[in-house]
Design a binder for this molecule. Structure first.
Ligand code: ATP
Length: 439
């Protein structure tokens, strides 16, 4: 075999013509690169298969980044995410690539964590990752999960005050969840171009280019409760200095139709249907079995605009009833579902998408436009604007919904039920918590 190109792994099954793709990754020491051929799965919701990987020297070697060598690499496998393929994809594709890219140190610098429960990532972050980052240790986290994994990292890393030594961990996202909104939004340009491959995050595996992850804080009135265990149980939220509940997110905060369908579809029964679970729950919400119109959600919504960067002003929306109230930091909530076309990858902008009570057919029509590259934002029924904060007050001097299911708020897939006279307020954050590795 020629010294310049060495096959390191070859699968016994050759790639089928036209469905394979190639990625080239720099090694950690900068002296060679890995060229990996992968084959897409026939089911686009399933990860690709590694067919072969070769290594070839780089001339001249790029050994500029020595900081990279000092980073401990944590691999988190969220085995409950999506189609539960995190472990298999790691063993068959990611691990062989990492072993090649990080020679000769290899396994010595990797620490592998496999989730055991819903709270594993939060516990790992609280007990280990945050203390390490806060004492100045540079970390790289390779996260095989959906959006839930990143929201746990964000909440764990932000739960205690940062020291001066804090070093923002670098996170490489491998989209093993169901919707993977953050991943698809970061790679949204690539997805708009059908000739560009979805590499399942492998293209960024050894990149040293990072961007800070924008995030927001949602504050809740003290009676708000986090719903857990498929809403069979509830928990108190972590609190801020004023005793209000708080939760951080990096994707979306919503109330109304979106929050309800995320909440209603979050059961092991619905999860079997993959991404279709959202559409199934939407149909049930929009066409109630008693033939009535979809629910009109009651509350007072206000938006914060800072304009010049000052304290800003809260402006109430004129409507007292709503169907869709959603603030987002990302462009795509699923790969084909472009909720905020003006949002650019990791740009930190927060956008409001809002429309009032309407029929099931009309709501389906509007949502259908989001699947056409975000055309819903040009529809007369939709309010779409950049904001700095959003506040919902349930008892606004009039009637609040009596049934708690109409007062559920979604923060990146987590569901919080607010009390009848309660409120929720979200604001963009300026702190730097973690960086996302981009190619
Ligand atoms: N070993 C495990 N046992 C029980 N629950 C788990 C385990 N591993 C992960 N989970 C839970 O499974 C859920 C997976 O959420 P995640 O967001 O990663 O995937 P998803 O919901 O399929 O994707 P997305 O949020 O992108 O639609 C989280 O609530 C997580 O806590």
């Amino acid at each position: 075999m020629a010294e310049s190109e060495q096959t390191v792994i070859r699968s016994s099954v050759p790639a089928k013509q036209g469905r394979d793709f190639t990625i080239t990754l720099p090694s950690s020491n900068g002296t060679y690169e890995a060229v990996a051929v992968l084959e897409h799965n026939e089911d686009a919701a399933q990860p690709p298969r590694l067919v072969k990987v070769t290594r070839r020297p780089v001339a001249p070697p790029n050994t500029a980044s020595t900081a990279e060598k000092q980073r401990t690499i944590h691999i988190i496998l969220s085995v409950g995410s999506g189609h539960r393929k995190a472990e298999e994809f790691f063993e068959k594709a990611v691990n062989p690539l990492l072993s090649l890219l990080y020679r000769p140190e290899g396994s010595q610098i990797f620490q592998r964590h496999t989730t055991q429960s819903e709270t594993s990532i939060l516990e790992l972050t609280n007990d280990f990752l945050f203390p390490a980052a806060n004492s100045g240790k540079p970390l790289r986290i390779i996260l095989l999960s959906g959006d839930g994994g990143i929201v746990d990292l964000v909440n764990g890393l932000s739960s205690k005050p940062q020291s001066h030594e804090y070093v923002a961990p670098q996170v490489t996202l491998l989209p093993l969840g169901t919707a993977n909104a953050l991943y698809h939004s970061i790679n949204a340009n690539a997805n708009a171009n059908s000739s560009t491959e979805n590499t399942w995050g492998l293209h960024a595996l050894s990149s040293t280019t990072c961007k800070p992850l924008p995030f927001f804080t949602a504050s809740f009135s003290p009676g708000a409760r986090l719903l857990v265990d498929e809403a069979r149980a509830e928990e108190a939220l972590p609190t801020d200095e004023q005793g209000n509940g708080k939760l951080h997110g990096a994707v979306v905060c919503s109330w109304g139709m979106h929050a309800s369908l995320v909440a209603d579809s979050d059961s092991s029964e619905y999860r079997k249907f993959g991404i279709d679970r959202f559409k199934m729950a939407a149909k049930e919400a929009l066409y109630p079995s008693d033939g009535s119109a979809p629910h009109a959600y009651k509350g007072r919504v206000s938006v914060l605009k800072r304009g010049d960067g000052g304290a800003g002003e809260w402006t109430p929306l004129p409507e007292q009833e709503h169907m869709y109230v959603l603030a987002t930091l990302v462009s795509n909530l699923e790969q084909p579902f472009c909720i905020s076309p003006a949002s650019k990858p990791l740009d930190g902008s927060l956008h409001l998408v809002h429309f009032g009570p309407t029929s099931g057919d009309e709501a389906m029509r509007i949502m259908g436009l989001a699947y056409q590259g975000g055309k819903h934002v040009d529809d007369a029924a939709v309010r779409y604007e950049a904001i700095d904060g959003l506040r919902i007050q349930f008892d606004n001097g009039g009637e609040a919904d009596a049934d708690g299911r109409w007062r559920r708020i979604c923060v990146d897939g987590k569901i919080v039920r607010v009390e009848k006279d309660g409120w929720v307020e979200i604001r963009r954050e300026e702190r730097r918590l973690l960086d996302i590795v981009v190619a």
